[in-house]
Design a protein around this ligand. Structure first.
Ligand code: NI
Length: 256
């Protein structure tokens, strides 16, 4: 039984002491493909180093995280991303989007940078990986403007309502489902069974949002199994069926 972690930040400093063990632990538990979303140019080298250490297992993304947009020279970052795209293989533009929890005042700039990166993804025929926090309205506005057959990807850490889920799917997105699914107050477990499994991919978002029973601790990719088990109970399917289907979905999006 094999799983894909479609969103994991295993290259960040929280794993500096035991990165190798964390990756091996995940592989042993059946999670053997890892998609690494970019944050900004400050941790690109660490991300590439991890990919070089596990070339069979790691898949890179490039992009500028919305929380980095107000913190960094974003125009320079966009030029950097375009240059990187010429240099090596990436499987998505991510994570990109809008975060109004941390930076509500920079909404207009975040929207602009999000839109520019979507256009870049389309130009390179790549999927996008969306980060959306307290910004469904704004994210949907941009997606509506960019909607066409080249727009597709993953709505990462999806925690919206049933209506928002349907809307995201209509706009070409799969739902990235992570630890929140296992939370008592997570809400998405209430309606997820109404969403066909073909629209779902699994993710940890490690080191953040560890699933129950690890909630509150550092998350890691081996915990993807806890999320998959919860998904299996919601869809009333055996775990290996969840593994098979979500792996198929992830492979189709990332074109591997
Ligand atoms: Ni992330």
């Amino acid at each position: 039984m094999n799983f894909i972690d479609t969103h994991t930040h295993l290259y960040v400093e929280q794993f500096d002491q035991d990165r190798e063990e964390v990756v091996q632990r995940a592989i042993k538990s059946g999670v053997d493909k890892f998609f690494l979303p970019a944050i900004d140019s400050r941790n690109t080298e660490d991300m590439y180093a991890l990919a070089a250490a596990f070339p069979e297992n790691m898949y890179l993304m490039t992009g500028l995280h919305p929380v980095s947009v107000p913190e960094i020279d974003y125009e320079k970052e966009l030029v950097f991303i375009e240059k990187e795209l010429e240099k090596r293989k990436f499987y998505a533009i991510g994570e990109i989007g809008i975060d109004l929890h941390w930076y509500p005042e920079s909404v207009e700039i975040q929207k602009e940078v999000f839109q520019k990166q979507i256009q870049l993804a389309k130009k390179h025929k790549l999927p996008i990986v969306i980060h959306c926090r307290k910004a469904f309205k704004e994210v949907f506005e941009v997606l509506e403007e960019e909607k066409d057959e080249d727009l597709y990807g993953i709505f990462h850490c999806f925690t919206g309502t049933y209506e928002e889920a349907k809307k995201a799917i209509d706009l070409g997105m799969k739902l990235g489902i992570g630890g929140v699914l296992t939370f008592k107050n997570g809400k998405i477990d209430q309606f997820l069974h109404e969403i066909p499994l073909k629209h779902i991919v699994l993710e940890t978002d490690a080191p953040y949002l560890a699933p129950t029973p690890h909630r509150g601790k550092r998350n890691e990719s081996s915990y993807l199994i806890n999320i998959a088990e919860k998904l299996a109970s919601i869809y009333e399917l055996p775990l290996d069926e969840i593994a098979k289907k979500t792996t198929q979905n992830a492979k189709a999006i990332f074109n591997i």
